[in-house]
Write a protein that binds this ligand. Structure first.
Ligand code: 5GP
Length: 222
């Protein structure tokens, strides 16, 4: 069902609908750190979409915080039951976005942050075009990308090599996105992300109802 039809039924919808801020990048471009920094900024009031994945949990990860780690059968049941807004196979594992939490947050007029790959981004854009803002994060160099993957030291060397070779393919997708940022310096990138979010909140299409009421009041002033 097209997303707009889906949400049009909501009688209690607030005036500003929440937006979907989608971040994509190859592994090691710093997206996880950026995501954490955004989530730790209370005034942004962002909620992270918690993905399900069949990838084995890394030692630093907590089930229910970083991902919901599930088996392949359980993943297939969610996918085939229509419970996922999007899903993709990335680096040989399955990842997906549960649909229900997204709908809940957007209905409350709050924004949701997504850390998903280009395949998932394409699906969400098809379903929810007017609600998403997509941003691609590039590493400053391939050398830095490798260094970040190795510093993380949680994946086996062969996994790191696989991710590096796939990174080249992922990087080519940058033109599909609304915005592209080179993550040379975390503070600068976070400032850019905040600026994008602030600008997107002012889009006419997103504030039409709210500003329409305001303008009506404004024009009644003597
Ligand atoms: P990682 O295994 O390093 O946590 O994530 C690998 C890749 O999967 C990252 O590019 C990440 O953005 C992507 N990913 C994580 N969750 C999802 C999801 O729910 N859907 C899609 N399509 N990609 C995801």
């Amino acid at each position: 069902m097209p997303r707009d039809d889906h949400f049009a039924k909501e009688k209690t919808a607030p005036k500003r609908r929440g937006l979907m801020l989608i971040l994509s990048s190859p592994s090691g471009a710093g997206k996880t750190t950026l995501t954490r920094m955004l989530l730790q900024t209370p005034e942004l009031d962002l909620t992270l979409s918690l993905s399900v994945t069949t990838r084995p949990r890394r030692s630093s990860e907590v089930d229910g915080i970083h991902y919901r780690f599930i088996g392949k059968k359980q993943f297939e049941a969610l996918r085939d039951g229509g419970d996922l807004l999007e899903w993709a196979e990335v680096h040989g594992n399955f990842y997906g976005t549960p649909r229900e939490p997204v709908e809940q947050i957007l209905r409350q007029g709050r924004d949701m942050l997504f850390d998903i790959d280009y395949q998932g981004t394409r699906q969400v854009k098809e379903k929810c075009a007017g609600d998403c803002v997509t941003i691609f994060i590039l590493p400053p160099s391939m050398k830095e990308l490798r260094a970040r993957l190795e510093r993380r030291a949680e994946d086996k060397p062969e996994v790191i090599e696989k991710r590096l070779s796939e990174a080249r393919n992922e990087i080519l997708r940058w033109t599909d996105y609304d915005y592209v940022l080179i993550n040379e310096d975390l503070q600068t990138t976070v400032a850019d992300l905040r600026a994008i979010l602030a600008a997107e909140h002012c889009r006419t299409a997103r504030t039409r109802e709210q500003i329409g009421d305001f303008v009506e009041t404004l024009l009644h002033e003597p």
